[in-house]
Write a protein that binds this ligand. Structure first.
Ligand code: HEC
Length: 164
């Protein structure tokens, strides 16, 4: 669990640092609730269609959501940054210049597909599009979680915004 957390902080300093120093600070930089623009996909243009076509292999049944919640609050360590209720206000969020996603905001599910979220779980949000600075959101699926567990936890995250 701490391996992921420490790796994330390392990534923030090494990967997030340079892009932030280039004057690309988001409008919400350093402010409570200061998420960077949700309308900008984190997936590079060339990979966007494939990412959007990527669908969860199962639906958000109560069992799947319960497993996703357990990962979110447990070995996935998502709560450290995204907060115990997924509001983006975890203890570690205080040191992050770009705030973690608030999954209780229903607007997020409208602009983001599950496949785009899976792309971020596999690749991180490290500024690949050039439109958003690199963030502390590091690759998790393939490193710390299986793809199946990744789908479970992201379906749980989407359920917090009352949409699938
Ligand atoms: C070290 C802190 C940290 C941890 C731990 C973390 N996240 Fe994140 N996460 C972030 C930040 C910061 C963002 C905002 C990135 C952005 O705006 O580009 C984010 C954004 C996201 C997004 C949205 C990306 C998008 O398309 O806008 C998803 C999905 C996500 N996280 C899932 C997870 C899951 C699932 C876990 C646990 C397995 C997790 N995160 C753990 C910091 C973290």
């Amino acid at each position: 669990m701490w391996r992921l957390f420490c790796a994330a902080l390392f990534g923030l300093i090494v990967l997030g640092g340079p892009s932030l120093s280039q004057g690309q600070n988001p409008s919400g930089y350093g402010q409570a609730g200061g998420e960077f623009d949700i309308k900008i996909s984190r997936v590079p243009a060339g990979e966007l269609a494939a990412a959007k076509a990527d669908k969860p292999p199962f639906g958000p049944t109560p069992e799947i959501l319960a497993e996703g919640k357990a990962i979110f609050l447990g070995r996935g360590t998502c709560f450290q940054c995204h907060g115990p209720e997924g509001k983006g206000d975890g203890g570690a969020a205080k040191v992050l210049p770009i705030q973690p996603r608030n999954f209780t905001d229903p607007r997020f599910n409208k602009v983001r597909t599950p496949g785009e979220m899976m792309w971020v779980l596999k690749n991180g949000s490290l500024g690949q599009t050039g439109k958003v600075p690199g963030t502390g959101m590091l690759p998790i699926v393939g490193q710390f979680l299986s793809e199946e567990d990744g789908w479970k936890v992201l379906l749980y995250e989407r359920s917090l915004g009352n949409g699938q």
